[in-house]
Every structure is written in C-alpha cells, then in structure tokens.
Design a protein around this ligand. Structure first.
Ligand SMILES: O=C(O)[C@H](O)COP(=O)(O)O
Ligand SMILES: [Mn+2]
Ligand SMILES: [Mn+2]
Length: 546
C-alpha cells in the first residue's frame, strides 16, 4: 500500500503562515557555568536571550549513550526513534545472524585462498565503530575459515581521549597474536589518524581517502614499522602529535615488504557502522568508474560494509548487517504537503541536514520544492585554526532564503561548537561559540523581519564541557599535572527554543512530555507548518492554550 502523504491540518495552527527555520547548533548543550564551558565563557547574547525568555526554551535530554550527529539528526528528521547501526550490529553478532546473511557469505568465498582485510576506526567511542565488535568479527571470521587476516586501523582521539590509541592497538595486537597461536596468519597491515587518513566526509577532501588507499591497498606510506604499537608510539613522539591526525603508515616484514596490501581475490570489510565517514572509501573500493583520485591499482575484491551506508545509492552493494530502514521522514512529508524547503550547512556538516535528516538518503525528494546549499568548508586544516568556520556564511544564506520568501522551511546546521570542540582547543572553542551565536542572530533577525517562527536546538553536547570529570564533576588531572581535555561529545541536555513573531499566542511547551527528546522535534515542526504529525511519530512538544 502506498504511503498516505497528506497530513491533517492542525486544528489551531495555520498552514504555511510564515517561514520557519530549524536551526541545529552542532555540539551545543547546557552545563554548569565554569571555565571549561566554552559556551558560558563566550559572548553568546542571542542564545542567552533565548534561554532567558520565559517559557520558550526547554532542555532535551540526549541518549544514555553519548549522542552524536547521526543519531541526533536522524531523530530530528524522522520524528521516531530507531535502533541504530551500532545496536543492530550488536544484535547480529550476538545471535550469530551476521554469519548467515548474504554479506558474510559473499566475502567468505575469499577465505580459502585469499586474505580478509578489515578497515575501520580502532576505538571504543561507539560513534563510528566499536573495538568489541571488531574483536567479535575477528573471532567469528577466523572460526569460519578466514586463514589470513589483515587489519587496517584508523586511530581515534576524537570520540575518545587523545592517546588512547596505544591501548586499543595493544588490545588488538594481543587478539591477533592469539589467532596466530591458532594457526591463523593475522596481523595489522596499516594505520593512520582518522582525520588525516580515510575518514573524510561529504567529499570535503579526497586526499584524505587517497592517503588511506595508498597505505591500505597499495601498501605505500611515508612511515614503515614492524608493529602497530611500535608505530603509533613512535608517531606520537612528534611535537603536537595527536591520534586524530597521525600520518599514514604500513607494517612491513623483516625484508621491508608491506605485510598486507589489498590484492585481487581478497575480501574487504569496512567495519564502521556509521555511514558519513565511510561512503567515500566505499565508493573507491566499489566503483569501477571513479575519478576522485588515481587509484593506481583497482583490485578485484569482494567488498562488504558493516552496514549499507547509503540507502539511495545502495552503497555498498554488499553489507553484513541491514541498516535501520528510516522511511517517511518529516522532510518527505512536508515536501509532499507543499512545504518549500531550504537546507544549508558547510561541507563538513552538510549531510547532517540533508542525508541524515532524510534517513540516510542522498538527494532531493522533489527538486522543484527543495534547495540544498553546501558552503565549501576549509580543508586541510584543523578547525581550531579557523574557529569561526563558515558560520556567518551559513547565517547569510539562511537569512537570504528567509527574506526571499521562497521557502517555508529553512534548515541549517551550525558546526562550530562541535568541530572546534573536537580539537580540544579551549580558546578556539570560545571563539567558535561566539561565531555560532552570531549566525543564530542573523537568522533570528531575518525571522523578525518576515514575521516567521523559529526552532533553535542542538544535536548533542560538546563545547559546553571540555574536560574529563570524576563522578563528583571535578576536572580530572592527568599524570602530567594538567587537566584532561575532553574532545568528545557529552551527555548534557540540549536546548530547544520556539518563538518568533509568526507564532500565534497561546503556544506553550507541554508539561506532559517529561522524557521528550530530539525525536519530538519533527512533530513540533510539522505543527508550526500547520499540520498534525502522523500517528506513529513521537508526540509534539507544544500545545495551543486559548
Ligand atoms: O565524526 C565526527 O566528527 C565525530 O566522530 C562525531 O561527531 P558528529 O557526530 O558531531 O559528527
Ligand atoms: Mn553533531
Ligand atoms: Mn561531533
């Protein structure tokens, strides 16, 4: 049966009365005001005024697990809560179903005579991948016939503390040594820091993927080591070395020969479950026709993703676990009800308000009613160097879209709190927060001019707490006597504010949705466009009191 797209009219809120921006501040939550709270330290008058405006702002709790952009934007766009990739992989590994499905059986064909390569983020951060899942997969594959295994690691330091890569590499080396004890030839073949090697996203910088390709596929890298632990330790000795940005390296044998380039006939699994930073490599591994960089050699492999990363492109075509099927997103409903939609961010977050928002789906639902604008991000730098990023450009584009009156919904992501927060640079993050606040002001000023309605929220925390803390909430001090900087997201509640001159009187936040979260925003936004959300959506956060 086809989907009934027509949404019921809201009994009290008028349809399409005024432009409504949904502004997502990436990595921006509420936390106690101290010097490690960059949002508090920064000059952020616009966000402060939203917080202080009585009755317009509430805090939404994020998940028990540290929130992230994928979970956050999926929930914002879909209006429902889905078991996410990480959970689905856990279930498939626990039940053993992963080994029965098409993807594993496909790569298994290579086990008898060829090598199984596993490429992914070596971390227990749980945002893109998890070490325990890699461990289970190594065990499961070796028990099912894989005789020669090579792991290509990407070090983290972004979703976990910088320097933790050494411990993860030691754990992996120990596991691989155990497999060797069982007669399996298993070792690490290459590595590099995630932000410099392989894990670019939204095509910001293909050089990042190329560096990984050279090491993983061609076996070529500027650094060569006998073991991964030795390699990481050595590379971390360089001044300002950081797990996120370690240069690419390959592991070589006693003759200096790389131990694991990817060859014809081999099987390859990219073991990240999260899509955004794997689709570029997936294209390079899968597409016959490819012009993003010179692959030099394009091995004929059996490739499977941990998940299928892009539902629209069906990329990759083979995968070990089926991704959550996120259908009937709010974006699709609204477009089908005539809502003209504009979405914008800079490259590094562009897919958050398009791809993630639309349920991990590329492209437009209706190109006549939608316009997605990507502002090119700076590439080849760490964002503490340019903490303002493109916040003001995003603000300008959103402002212009609002003032043009060509759109009903204007959706933007403002990346600064998150992207600069991940660098762990407190001074820069303060500048970042101020810039984000200025972008919000530009948008709210435009809304004021056209008599629109705004929703301002965030996907998870980051910039509001930049240190690791003990159970009492006190900053943790490391062996070097310095506080331990936290580069990852936080568990803090995020703000949500609704307002603007177009909002009719009597609209209030409901008091009976105590556990409301990001998934409740979609129904709220539908209301503001004059519609009632579908029944299976999480309930709205607002009511109209006459
Ligand atoms: O990919 C990243 O940058 C981090 O691992 C998570 O950040 P995001 O979830 O905010 O994108
Ligand atoms: Mn985010
Ligand atoms: Mn982030």
């Amino acid at each position: 049966m086809g989907t009934a797209w027509k949404l019921a009219d809201h009994p009290k809120l008028p349809e399409r009365s005024s432009p409504s921006p949904v502004v997502v501040l990436d990595g921006w939550a509420e936390a106690s005001p101290d010097k490690y709270n960059c949002i508090h330290v920064a000059d952020t008058p616009t966000m402060d005024s939203l917080r202080n405006a009585h009755g317009t702002a509430v805090g939404l709790p994020t998940d028990d697990d540290m929130g992230n952009s994928e979970v956050g934007h999926n929930a914002l766009g879909a209006g429902r809560i889905y078991a996410q990739g990480a959970k689905l992989v856990d279930l498939a590994l626990a039940s053993g179903k992963i080994y029965e499905d098409e993807g594993f059986n496909y790569i298994k064909e290579s086990f008898a005579n060829n090598t199984l390569h596993l490429i992914g983020l070596l971390s227990d951060g749980g945002v893109h991948s998890r070490l325990d899942q890699l461990q289970l997969l190594l065990k499961g594959a070796s028990e099912r016939g894989a005789k020669r295994i090579r792991v290509h690691v990407l070090t983290d330091g972004r979703d976990v503390v910088d320097g933790s890569s050494v411990g993860f590499a030691e754990t992996l080396e120990k596991d691989l040594a155990e497999l060797c004890g069982k007669g399996i030839d298993a070792q690490v073949a290459s590595g590099g820091g995630r932000m410099y090697v392989t894990m670019d996203r939204y095509e910001n910088d293909w050089e990042v993927v190329k560096r990984g390709w050279d090491a993983q596929v061609l076996g070529e890298a500027p650094h060569k080591f006998k073991s991964v632990v030795e390699g990481i330790k050595k590379l971390r000795e360089a001044p300002n070395a950081n797990d996120q940005y370690l240069p690419p390296f390959v592991i070589v044998d006693e003759n200096g020969k790389p131990v694991g380039p990817i060859m014809d006939g081999d099987a390859v699994v990219t073991f990240n479950f999260r899509a955004d930073r794997m689709t570029m490599l997936a294209q390079a591994l899968e597409y016959e026709k490819f012009d993003k960089f010179d692959r030099v050699r394009f091995p004929k492999i059996r490739y499977a993703g941990m998940l299928q990363y892009d539902g629209e492109l069906k990329l990759p075509s083979h995968y070990l676990v089926s991704p959550p099927l996120i259908e009937r997103t709010s974006g699709e409903y609204l477009v089908n009800n005539g809502i003209r939609t504009f979405a914008c961010s800079e490259t590094v977050k562009f897919g958050h308000v398009t791809f993630f928002w639309n349920g991990n789906r590329s492209g437009y639902f209706n190109s006549e009613l939608e316009e997605y604008v990507e502002i090119p991000s700076d590439s080849g730098i760490t964002f503490n160097v340019q903490p303002k990023m493109k916040a003001l450009e995003i603000g300008e584009k959103a402002r212009d879209a609002i003032l043009s009156r060509k759109f009903d919904q204007i959706r933007v992501n403002i990346p600064n709190g998150d992207m600069v927060g991940h660098t762990g640079d407190i001074e820069a993050t303060i500048v970042a927060c101020k810039a984000a606040d200025e972008a919000v002001k530009m948008i709210l000023d435009a809304i004021e001019q056209v008599g629109g309605i705004y929703v301002v929220t965030a996907d998870h925390g980051n910039a509001e707490d930049m240190v690791k803390r003990n159970k009492k909430g006190e900053p943790l001090v490391g062996k070097d006597g310095k506080v331990q900087i936290q580069t990852s997201h936080t568990l803090q509640p995020v703000p949500v504010a609704v307002g603007g001159p177009g909002l009719r009187g009597g609209v209030k936040f409901r008091k009976d949705v105590p556990n409301g979260g990001l998934a409740n925003v979609a129904a709220t936004v539908m209301n503001l466009h004059g519609f009632v959300a579908p029944d299976d959506y999480e309930t709205t956060l607002i009511e109209v009191v006459d």
